[in-house]
Ligand binder design. Sequence first.
Ligand code: FAD
Ligand code: MLT
Ligand code: ZN
Length: 472
Amino acid sequence: MTNSFINEIKNILDQKYVLIEEVDKAPYQTDWRKRFTGKAQAVVLPGASDEVAQIVKLCAANNVSIVPQGGHTGFCGGATPDNIGNQIIMNFKRMNQIREIDVANQTITLEAGCILQAVQEEAANYGFLFPLSLGAEGSCMIGGNLATNAGGTNVLRYGNARDLCLGLEVVTASGDIWDGMKDLRKDNTGYDLRDLFVGSEGTLGIITAAVMKLYPLPISQWTTLVATDNIASTIALLNLFQKRATSLLTGFEMMTQESLDLNEKHFPQMANPLQGNLPYTVLIELSDHESETHVRQLLETILEEAFEAQLISDAVIASNLSQANTFWQMREHITLAQAEEGANLKHDITIPLSFLDSFISETDQLMRERFPGVRIINFGHLGDGNLHYNIAPPLGIDPRFFNETNEKPIRELVYGQVERCKGSISAEHGVGQLKLDGLRAHKGEVAHELMKTLKRALDPQNILNPNKVVSI
Ligand code: FAD
Ligand code: MLT
Ligand code: ZN
């Protein structure tokens, strides 16, 4: 059954790009983790910015709200519609053109639907590194990366999506196209609209294109896995690498024994090459623009210092690129192993490094006292103080363990500790619908009201991804 609103969309887009049958809409209505499912009246697939603008105008006229969507890999339900069935999903997969690589300016101009991995590959074809890198890179899209201000594994050297962005094209809630496609590294001309839209999760505007920074491809990268006994020595190790390798340090990822055990359970080929019961395994990557010998020697020297200072108990250096890739795969597979394992509660938090030891020891202890048997699956981008503090039900216990009696108090416990340590309840995954309720308390009244004021000002009709991030 179609209605006049849908017919009007079909005047803008070819009807094959307006999905209204349940079977066609279904893949867009459930997120990657299968944690959020909603119901849209249609999924629209625009092919150009002016089509996006026309659809937004039409939605405004009909009071229909829009859920922008990239690869639908986000963890907070931001790209999933509500259950009422009146919203439309606007998916960007057709807008996947790389418009330009500017070699002199070291920038790449992209449409919002470009798959992250395709961008990395195209940059590499021109001898450049596009440093944004995350486990979902084979399916997440630049628009989604910018809308969530994605982080990933290279943040400690190159920053997150916001740091990599120079310019944006955005369709506003009134259906105007804001051309902010500047490729300038300096531009102090009043309020920074670009930075406002980045990280706004589709609630303030719809990103249709972007200009992003590129970097020279390193000549050589060396990757090592090391074993540490505790968080204090892991942080001391990070500080040693920061001091001795400075900007050559491009990855510092921490994995606990429990997270690697889970990996091995579901992906035996992803076993840790370091043997024994190791509280922490750390993946460290150095990238160099000088020579292979230079970086290899530097890595070996730092590791020797670390052994002497008793910061590490074991280490293995990847002997070639393929082994380095295997180390990275092991790290990235933890998320997949968690998905295979079933229900688990994800917490994506940042803690100042000086508080991290106390955060982990206190939270672990309280968690085990209050919820006996739960499994704590910790890993994360330790170089950024970003911990993925995840809770799985006790072994053999029904996944419905995470019901009203358990989920809320577990989250409250973790977030209470985050507040004690002056951390953040969302380091890189965003807020979406998952953390909507907790945001007011976390941000504080003043910040929360300012956010609502911005939302009302930029989207007075509340048609852009309503009830995500803030409710007005
Ligand atoms: P979606 O999930 O489709 O959307 C995310 C949000 O952005 C939604 O609110 C949506 O409405 C909005 N949005 C999407 N496109 C637009 C647009 N064009 N304009 C305006 N708003 C838009 N995240 C990290 O930060 N670091 C990681 O290391 C990381 N690793 C991951 C590993 C795996 C295996 C998976 C499945 C996910 C991982 N993520 C990670 C989470 C996720 O991949 C990122 O949040 C990613 O940036 C989302 O991109 P997407 O295209 O899938 O966006
Ligand atoms: C990661 O660091 O691998 C991602 O943020 C995904 C996750 O938290 O599972
Ligand atoms: Zn992460």
